[in-house]
Design a protein around this ligand. Structure first.
Ligand code: GLN
Length: 190
């Protein structure tokens, strides 16, 4: 199993570590030609969505990545990765890849609750610890999007076809359950 990790900015190394702990190989996507490699899924990490959005355009990664996700490549977006995938960003900011029909609100928990932890039940995954870091939440889901996790009454996890988006950071906790679930989706698509 080979999983690509978008590695232009943000917490990509933590995802690679978790993939390696689970026995999956990872390859980094840093430039356009990296997309030509064979891989079974991709992870879009947390970081700063405006910076990542700008870099994927400048590096020529944007169009190829968008097409691969739209044609069914299993994709896990965490935090800023979820924002990259969202079709709409609350407040009128221009979307990035726009492959996931949801509206996200950036930095949605305000300054005081900038970073916090919680526990929640995630559908098909079970109860896992959640770490939020200047996190977004999903304000609205459009047709066909399943809500897989909520915390404090807010939507923090969604699934749409092979696209999984979560507003927390599973890669910084000890639980590998969400990555295992994602690898299961990648296996089924192989
Ligand atoms: N606040 C960041 C953004 O809007 C996301 C934070 C994160 O990925 N931890 O892009």
């Amino acid at each position: 199993m080979k999983i690509a990790v978008l590695a232009v900015q943000g917490a990509f190394a933590e995802h690679e570590k978790m993939l390696s702990d689970l026995g999956a190989e990872s390859i980094e996507i840093r430039k356009k030609s990296d997309l030509e490699h064979d891989f079974d899924g991709i992870i879009l990490p947390g970081g700063e969505s405006t910076v990542m959005g700008k870099l994927i355009r400048e590096l020529g990664i944007y169009e190829g990545l968008r097409k691969r996700i739209e044609s069914g490549l299993p994709t896990l977006g965490t935090c800023a990765g979820l924002i990259l995938m969202a079709k709409n960003i609350a407040g009128g900011e221009s979307p990035h890849l726009a492959t996931l029909p949801v509206t996200v609100k950036r930095n949605a928990y305000g300054r005081q609750l900038g970073s916090f932890t919680a526990k929640a039940y995630v559908s098909d995954v079970g109860e896992i610890p959640l770490t939020f870091i200047r996190a977004p939440y999903v304000e609205r889901v459009d047709e066909g999007v399943d809500i897989i996790a909520t915390a404090g009454g807010k939507i923090v996890g969604v699934k749409y076809g092979n696209q999984l988006g979560v507003s927390f950071h599973p890669e910084v906790t000890k639980s590998t359950a969400l990555h295992e679930y994602f690898l299961g989706i990648c296996t089924n698509c192989k």
